[in-house]
Design a protein around this ligand. Structure first.
Ligand code: PGA
Length: 273
């Protein structure tokens, strides 16, 4: 006789199979991990309040009769957080920011702290995006401190890693990614984390990474983390055209979308992949 007990805890599904065999019980425990899929938009430095409201009304219409295959997150500029936290309240679209300071408060002109993001109901924050690393000097150490700050405030960080074209051409992809992860994950709670693999040469260029290659690198990222249930996204020129192929890859748990998340029609097509 088989008794199958399925307990659902968060997004990890431990399955215990109890075998009754000649009056003896043999317990066989299997852990099957079902990872959460997340589709996130990164608006970067785009949209006024009026444009954001217009976007939302069209997006909501387009998503009205669809069954969600993934959690949806919109990572918007700081100036839109307050407005969108009201418009998204009670709905199924989560709110995210694009940056966080490592300190809780202090003399850091122009910066935004975790408690300020909590105040505006941001549940997610992008950390270590290549544009922040490239234009604002963010190192792996700073990224690590920001990830820890986000987690301290119970905001889920979306940690971005990825290589440049030069590093890829030099055969250094694995080395670069492993180093970024090692340095960014020091003292990080892997139970409250999303990782996005974003090859820098694929961001905003229309040159998507080959899906098999993206799947391979994400597999390498998963080998580096202790929590195998972490959602790992792909990012870099994701469009309605390539989304279904990307989402069929076994290691890829979602996408981080820049340009195509600015248009409610293309973003809803991506969500409905
Ligand atoms: P993209 O941007 O989709 O425009 O390439 C992705 C990102 O920067 O996260």
């Amino acid at each position: 006789m088989f008794i199958l007990v399925i307990k659902i805890t968060s997004h990890i599904y431990p399955i215990q199979i109890k075998l009754n065999f000649i009056k003896q019980y043999y317990y066989l425990s299997l852990i099957i991990t079902v990872r959460k899929k997340i589709i996130a938009g990164n608006w970067k430095m785009h949209k006024t309040q009026a444009e954001a409201l217009e976007f939302l009304s069209v997006l909501k219409l387009n998503l009205a009769n669809t069954t969600e295959k993934a959690d949806i997150v919109l990572c918007v500029p700081f100036t839109l957080l307050s407005l969108l936290s009201k418009s998204l309240h009670g709905g199924n679209i989560h709110l995210g920011a694009q940056n966080i300071h490592w300190a809780n408060e202090g003399a850091f002109t122009g910066e935004i702290s975790g408690s300020m993001l909590v105040d505006l109901n941001a549940n997610y924050v992008i950390v270590g995006h290549s544009e922040r690393r490239q234009y604002f000097g963010e190192t792996d150490k700073i990224v690590n401190e920001k990830v820890i700050a986000a987690q301290y405030h119970k905001i889920k960080p979306i940690l971005c890693v990825g290589e440049t074209k030069k590093q890829r051409d030099a055969g250094e992809v694995e080395k670069v990614i492993v180093k970024q992860l090692e340095q960014s994950l020091v003292n990080v709670d892997q139970g409250n984390l999303v990782i996005a693999y974003e090859p820098i040469w694929a961001i905003g260029t229309g040159e998507t990474c080959n899906v098999l290659e993206a799947n391979r690198i994400i597999g390498i990222i998963r080998e580096q983390v202790t929590n195998k249930g972490i959602t790992i996204q792909y990012g870099g020129s994701v469009t309605p055209k390539n989304i279904s192929e990307i989402m069929t890859q076994p290691n890829i748990d979602g996408v981080l979308v820049g340009g195509a998340s600015l248009n409610p029609l293309s973003f809803s097509e991506i969500i409905n992949y």
